[in-house]
Design a protein around this ligand. Structure first.
Ligand code: SAM
Length: 263
């Protein structure tokens, strides 16, 4: 199809057959899988996936591409939903969902935070993203890439960086290198129950002040004694604190009751 890539929708279309075959092998689709693809574009990934899958649901924001895709594949194989994935309620799709996509890089971080909310319904997710974002998602604590995205995602998912993809694999080539990442939800028993709002506030506050010590970054939520009683050194910098410690801190703050949560 002759579609002029639209910058506002982050359109960079994959054309490299080797990269496409590596992505499909990583996903390893099986005929009965319930798969949703975000941003199918011209169907570069949709087509090889549908060689195995009996059906695929695709969410595409660009009406022209969505209309073209609907004409290209029979309705019993492909359901195209014209929607903004950032606002789409993934809870309306069946559980055990497999989410895939070569994501629009301009909305990748908010999209990951949106998808994180549906983790309990998901079997796994495979995404192509900007390499720098994938490195932040997978980063271990005490590394420069570790931050809010690492903590929020790693609480719910095992994050694996699979392989890098050069800019030349896309039309037009993006200015940055890309990578494919797999997110696999942790078993429910491994995810401690907590107040999501408190947890998000703790992590946002901590990394909003990453040069401060934890004691200072979280001073309006918990004092140094409180951190010490949890076995967390209040003199650490936020980037040196593991996701497990942020979970402990959020549980303790919620246990202590109402605290000022708005910045
Ligand atoms: N999957 C195709 C490929 O690999 O060639 C296209 C990838 S392109 C990087 C991103 C796709 O996501 C485009 O088709 C774009 O129109 C679509 N898109 C952008 N923003 C979106 C959004 N908020 N919700 C759903 N689709 C979106």
């Amino acid at each position: 199809m002759r579609h002029l890539p639209r910058k506002r929708f982050g359109q960079h279309f994959l054309h490299d057959p080797y990269v496409l075959s590596r992505i499909v092998s990583a996903i390893a689709p099986r005929p009965g899988d319930v798969v949703v693809e975000i941003g199918p574009g011209e169907g570069a990934l949709t087509r090889p996936l549908l060689e195995t899958l009996s059906h695929l649901t695709a969410i595409e924001i660009d009406r022209d591409l969505a209309a073209w895709l609907s004409g290209e594949f029979p309705a019993e194989k492909l359901s195209v939903i014209v929607a903004d994935a950032l606002e789409f309620d993934f809870g309306t799709l069946p559980v055990n969902l497999r989410v895939v996509g070569n994501l629009p890089y301009n909305v990748s971080t908010p999209l990951l935070f949106h998808l994180e909310k549906f983790a309990s319904r998901v079997q796994d997710m495979h995404f192509m993203l900007q390499l720098e974002v994938v490195d932040r998602m997978a980063a271990a604590h005490s590394t420069p890439e570790y931050g809010r995205l690492s903590v929020m995602l790693q609480r719910r998912f095992r994050v694996e960086r699979l392989f890098r993809v050069p800019a030349g694999a896309f039309r037009p080539p993006p200015k940055v290198e890309s990578a494919v990442v797999r997110l696999t939800p942790r078993p429910a028993a491994e995810i401690p129950a907590l107040d999501e709002k408190v947890f998000a506030t703790v992590v946002t506050r901590a990394f909003g002040a990453r040069r401060k010590t934890l004691r200072n970054a979280l001073s309006s939520l918990i004092d140094a004694g409180g951190l010490t009683s949890l076995g967390v050194d209040p003199g650490l910098r936020p980037e040196n604190v593991s996701p497990a410690c942020y979970i402990k801190i959020a549980i303790e703050i919620a246990r202590r009751g109402a605290l000022p949560l708005d910045p």
